[in-house]
Design a protein around this ligand. Structure first.
Ligand code: NAD
Length: 335
């Protein structure tokens, strides 16, 4: 299968390594706005560097992976679909809800698949919980607790371009909650706080946030996110029901020293998302090639991405206004 990869920054390099190692990928074309970066990445994994994105499309790949920055996603998805090429795109599908909504409407007529990169759907822990919930093993659900805690903030210049903590960090939890429960989120009450660097507040953002989500069957979900988790990278989802509880992300790497001290979990925390989700990133790429070949159905559609984005937007509106915000309000809004 001829595969094109667009953008080889942090996440694109992960996908480059995965794709280049798959025997069915031959050749792998790599394009980046920074031609030198594309050349170095291609040489490193034995791929073919394309001089530009236009050249990459001209090579007629059978599938395209988009790992360019968020503002490029909408146009690159449209370019691939117009050329009839199945496309995998990193989240989010667009930089604003209105643009994402237009894209989803336009893609409804598309005949080629568009898979979106919410990699927690490929983590064995999240998958096992989804299976257990679907089989009724946890009974009816009452409480979900999700956390996305980064050990240290990204550089100051990133924050104004991030979309804010609910879109940048929380959105993964919102998608995971939809994925494991199979339910929709009805409304969100969110709040946030700044006790770290001033650049969060200056960018109109917070460094720590909490959101309470109500699902359409009445289940409550509490989602927290922070940029300052000194103990280490911590991403977990606890799903509690009338008959049982399951937790994803609670292994020996969890940065959760107990009081009083106990030997478990005593491992080294993951340094960040790339290490924590390495197997999930690999599984999602393998699945995308199967989706592109028509062997399996799409595990994460643009509509899924839009739903998660609307929850993040409702959380953002709630934090700004102090109101409990219905996701339907975001759905109805023109902008
Ligand atoms: N699913 C996840 O866990 C996850 C993790 C990280 C990033 N992401 C998403 O992936 C995307 C990329 O993030 P990143 O952190 O790798 O960014 P990055 O800045 O590290 O890399 C982006 C790369 O794209 C290149 N680029 C910029 N404009 C381009 C264009 N028009 N055409 C081709 N290449 C272009 C840049 O030169 C750079 O090499 C973002 O949308 C982000 O939200 C997802």
């Amino acid at each position: 299968m001829r595969v094109g990869l667009i953008g080889v920054g942090r996440i694109g390099m992960v996908h480059a390594g995965t794709l280049a190692a798959l025997p069915e990928v031959e050749p792998l074309f790599i394009a980046d706005l920074d031609g030198r970066r594309a050349a170095v990445a291609a040489a490193g994994v034995g791929a073919v560097a394309a001089a530009s994105v236009t050249d990459l499309f001209a090579a007629r790949p059978d599938a395209v992976v988009v790992a360019a920055p968020t503002p490029e996603h909408d146009a690159l998805i449209r370019a691939a679909v117009t050329a009839g090429i199945p496309v995998f795109c990193e989240k989010p599908i667009a930089d604003e809800v209105a643009a994402a909504r237009r894209l989803v409407v336009d893609l409804a007529r598309a005949r080629v698949p568009v898979q979106v990169g919410f990699q927690r759907r490929f983590d064995p822990g999240y998958q096992a919980i989804r299976e257990a919930v679907g089989a009724g093993k946890l009974g009816w659900l009452h409480t979900l607790r999700a956390c996305t805690s980064d050990p240290a903030p990204p550089h100051a210049g990133y924050i104004p371009t991030s979309g804010g903590i609910f879109h940048d960090c929380g959105v993964h939890d919102y998608d995971a909650i939809r994925y494991v429960t199979g339910r929709e989120v009805v409304d969100v009450y969110a709040t946030g706080s700044n006790r770290g660097a001033r650049f969060f507040g200056e960018a109109g953002d917070v460094d720590t946030a909490a959101a309470v989500l109500t699902l359409d069957d009445g289940t409550l979900a509490v989602c927290t996110a922070t940029r300052y988790n000194g103990a280490g990278y911590d991403v977990r989802l606890e799903v509690c029901g009338s008959a049982g509880t399951m937790v994803a992300g609670l292994d020996e790497h969890a940065p959760l020293p107990t009081a009083p001290p106990s030997p478990w979990p005593g491992g080294t925390p993951y340094p960040g998302f790339l290490a924590r989700f390495s197997t999930a990133y690999e599984a999602e790429m393998r699945t995308f090639l199967a989706v592109a070949a028509g062997r399996v159905s799409n595990p994460c559609t643009p509509r899924d991405a839009l739903r998660a984005m609307m929850i993040a937007e409702a959380a953002t509106r709630s934090w700004r206004s102090g109101r409990r915000v219905a996701v339907a309000e975001v759905e109805r809004a023109r902008r």
